[in-house]
Design a protein around this ligand. Structure first.
Ligand code: C6P
Length: 411
């Protein structure tokens, strides 16, 4: 059990009024709020230790380098990677997925090969593969979704064949709120000689993840969705694969020797980190990892499960409200996408904002999924460790008030 009231005290941003109502922040799948420890770490770093990493011999440079590398070790521990050399700092999930598609894709995918993703992917896990398929003359294939919102494993078995070189799927969908069986997919991929890429943007912040247990070859996630700053993210890759891959960006920091016409690269993980990295962001991400680890990812997962068990039936009971994805709370994470009959999701989200409730409306960067579901857009509420059942009640009340307003023109 987690002490939500104590946790909330760590998030100053939550204590404000929006449109004269106390804020209820339910847009955590887009980005989470940051605890004081992370904010203070950022300030502390810039006030005391700011220097470039891996270059200077002076004290500040040594401190910055030590903290930056210590953060890499914290991230390694969080996802149970074998070694820190397998943890690359990126700008976020999008950059991480682009790096894999560019570097591993250029190395291993050729004309006639196949890349398999699913219909529930975020654009960041679609477009890099489209681009790779186009560059190489490869084919992009999609795994279906079952009518109740799960990844269709029979379809996966049909789509993944010995022609497949890459399988890339979200660990948790940012729309359907479903946890995908990435371990089984990895088995299927490996059986066919393909690598398994996991988009963990919506998983790592919310539940324990063990990349070795999953046997993922690559795993990507973003700092800003897990209480860390924006502009910092992680790409995990198995050493044997990263060793074979070429860097995606070239320049300072990542080189060993530069001659007039050729150069050699540093060893892992630095060969991928060209230029001055987001040092403060990486260090503050380490603080976010400490923060989440201390509370416990299993406890956070449990807390969100309790809120979903509480709120999902209440939402389902609202006349004219459709929830997308699995209908049973046990199979739903804290991401709940829905629509109200006769009401455009943008109007609904604007009306909810008038009640102080922040949700996202739109296609959630998953246009192929929404097309598959045959809806142009949805409203999406997404919960995190600082949300309470009272927040869930406020969401339900705001939806009822919104319905009333659009039906009768007043609340
Ligand atoms: N989804 C959402 O509101 P970046 O932007 O690189 O930090 O993360 C991209 C990304 C990749 N995969 C999944 C499953 C995601 O959910 C996201 C980000 C946000 O759903 C912003 S579009």
């Amino acid at each position: 059990m987690i002490n939500v009231e104590k946790i909330r005290q760590q998030f100053p941003i939550l204590f404000q009024e929006v449109n004269d109502e106390p804020l209820v922040y339910l847009d955590n799948a887009a980005t989470t709020q940051k605890p004081k420890a992370v904010l203070e770490q950022l300030t502390y770093y810039y006030e005391h230790d700011n220097a470039n990493v891996h270059r200077g011999v002076h004290t500040l440079a040594e401190r910055a380098t030590k903290e930056y590398e210590a953060s890499r070790e914290k991230v390694r521990g969080l996802i149970h990677a074998k070694e820190t050399a397998e943890i690359l700092f990126t700008r976020g999930t999008t950059t991480a997925l682009n790096w894999i598609a560019k570097s591993y894709g250029d190395l291993a995918v050729n004309a006639g090969d196949e890349i398999v993703i699913s219909y529930m992917e975020h654009h960041s896990n679609i477009i890099p593969w489209q681009q790779l398929a186009e560059r190489k003359g490869a084919t992009l294939k999609y795994i279906d979704i079952t009518p109740d919102g799960f990844l269709d494993m029979e379809s996966a078995e049909r789509q993944i064949t010995e022609k497949t070189k890459v399988v890339s799927v979200a660990h948790v969908s940012n729309v359907l709120g479903v946890i995908n069986p990435v371990k089984e997919l990895a088995e299927l991929a490996h059986k066919n000689g393909a690598v398994m890429v996991v988009d963990g943007a919506q998983a790592v912040p919310h539940m324990p993840v063990d990349v070795q247990e999953l046997d993922a070859d690559f795993y990507a996630f973003s700092g800003h969705k897990m209480c860390g700053p924006t502009g910092i993210g992680v790409l995990y890759g198995k050493r044997a694969l990263l060793e074979q891959m070429e860097p995606v960006e070239f320049g300072g920091e990542m080189i060993d020797f530069v001659n007039l016409y050729d150069s050699t690269w540093k060893e892992l993980p630095w060969k991928f980190e060209a230029g001055t990295p987001n040092i403060g962001g990486a260090i503050a991400l380490g603080t976010a990892v400490d923060y989440l680890t201390e509370i416990g990812l299993e406890n956070i997962h449990q807390h969100e499960a309790e809120i979903v068990a509480y709120v999902l039936p209440k939402l389902q009971a609202i006349e004219g409200l459709t929830v997308y994805g699995p209908q049973s709370p046990e199979e739903h994470t804290g991401v709940i996408a829905f629509n109200l009959d006769g009401l455009h999701p943008h109007d609904a989200a604007t009306a909810l904002d008038m009640e102080g409730v922040a949700v996202r409306a739109g296609h959630h960067c998953a246009q192929p999924l929404l097309k598959y579901l045959d809806v142009p857009a949805t409203v999406r509420a997404s919960f995190y460790l600082y949300n309470t059942k009272a927040d869930a009640d406020r969401l339900v009340e705001a939806i009822l008030a919104t319905k009333e307003f659009f039906q009768y023109g007043s609340i």
